[in-house]
Design a protein around this ligand. Structure first.
Ligand code: APR
Length: 266
C-alpha cells in the first residue's frame, strides 16, 4: 500500500509537470468523473446499461418503437442527474482552465457538472439533459414543459404539441449522429493538443474514443485518470488507476507547488 502511494505520488508529479509545461492541453471526460457526484456510469459495476440494456433503452430505434418505455427509464435516471453537484474532480478541471493550463473540456457527459463547477469552454459531444426536442418538427421544450407533459401523457410518453411526434432529451442515442460543431471542434483540439488529460472514460464509444489517437498521431501525450484500466493505457505517458475526485485535486496542488518553486526569489 505504501509503495502504491509512492508510485501514485510520482505519477501525480509527472502529470503535473506535463500539464505545467504544455501549451495546448485539453481534457476529455466521461461518466467516471461524475460517479462521485452520485451519477452512475454506463459500463462500471452499477453501470446504467447493466440495468437498462442498450438495445431496449439506449437506441433511437428503441425510443421510436416504445417511447413510454424510454421515458420510464429517463424518469428513473433523471432525479439523480438533476440534483447532482460537482465534485472535487470537476472543480479541479475548472481550476486548470482558470490557470490557463487546459484550453477546453470535451465531455461525453450530459449532466452539465463541468459548467456548474466553473469550466467555461466545454464541448458536450453527447448533448445535454437540460434541453428537449420533438423528433419530428424539432420544436424545443424546457424541462418544466416536459415534466408537465409526463404527468398527463403517461401511456404514450411526452409528445409534441404541434405534430404529436415523441419528444426526446437532446442527448445522443445509439443510432444518431453527433452534434457537428462539437465534433469538428473536438477533433481540431485533439489534433492540436500537446497533452490530453483523459478522465473517467472506458474509451469504448466511437467516435470519441478516437480523439486520443488524433493527439498521439501529432506526438501529443496522454494522461489517463481512470479507476479501471483502458485499452489506451500502454500508449499513455501517465496512467493513474484511482478515483478522479481524489487524483485531480492532487494534480492541481502539485502544479501549484511546482509553480511556486519556479517563481524567482526577489
Ligand atoms: N474515477 C475515475 N474513474 C472512474 C470513476 C471515478 N470516480 N468512476 C468510474 N470510473 C471509470 C469506470 O471504471 C469506467 O472505466 O470511468 C469509466 C466510465 O466508462 P463508461 O461507463 O463506459 O462511460 P463513458 O466512457 O463516458 O461512456 C461513453 O457511452 O453509452 C454511452 O453515451 C454514453 O457518453 C456515454 C458513452
Amino acid at each position: 500500500m505504501k509503495i502504491l502511494r509512492i508510485i501514485e505520488k510520482k505519477k501525480i508529479h509527472q502529470a503535473a509537470e506535463l500539464l505545467l509545461n504544455s501549451k495546448e492541453a485539453i481534457a476529455l471526460t466521461g461518466a467516471g468523473v461524475s460517479t462521485e457526484s452520485g451519477i452512475p456510469d454506463f459500463r462500471g459495476e452499477d453501470g446504467i446499461w447493466k440495468k437498462f440494456p442498450i438495445e431496449t433503452f439506449g437506441t433511437l430505434e428503441s425510443l421510436l418503437k416504445n417511447p413510454a418505455k424510454f421515458w420510464e427509464m429517463a424518469q428513473k435516471i433523471a432525479p439523480n442527474l438533476f440534483k447532482a453537484k460537482p465534485n472535487p474532480g470537476h472543480c479541479a478541471l475548472a481550476e486548470l482552465e482558470k490557470m490557463d493550463l487546459i484550453k477546453a473540456v470535451i465531455t461525453q457527459n450530459i449532466d452539465e457538472l463541468h459548467q456548474k463547477a466553473g469550466s467555461i469552454i466545454v464541448y458536450e459531444v453527447h448533448g445535454s439533459i437540460n434541453r428537449f426536442n420533438c423528433l419530428g418538427c424539432k420544436a424545443s421544450y424546457t424541462k418544466e414543459q416536459v415534466y408537465r407533459k409526463l404527468k398527463k401523457e403517461k401511456k404514450t410518453g411526452p409528445q409534441c404539441e404541434f405534430c404529436a411526434t415523441p419528444l426526446k432529451p437532446s442527448v445522443v442515442l445509439f443510432g444518431e449522429g453527433l452534434p457537428r460543431f462539437e465534433i469538428f471542434q473536438s477533433q481540431a483540439l485533439a489534433k492540436k493538443a500537446d497533452v490530453m488529460l483523459i478522465v473517467g472514460s472506458s474509451l469504448s464509444v466511437a467516435p470519441i474514443c478516437d480523439l486520443p489517437l488524433y493527439t498521439l498521431r501529432e506526438k501529443g501525450k496522454l494522461i489517463i485518470v481512470n479507476d479501471q484500466p483502458t485499452h489506451l493505457d500502454e500508449k499513455a505517458e501517465v496512467v493513474i488507476n484511482h478515483k478522479s475526485g481524489t487524483i485531480l485535486p492532487l494534480i492541481v496542488e502539485e502544479i501549484k507547488k511546482l509553480k511556486s518553486e519556479q517563481e524567482p526569489i526577489v
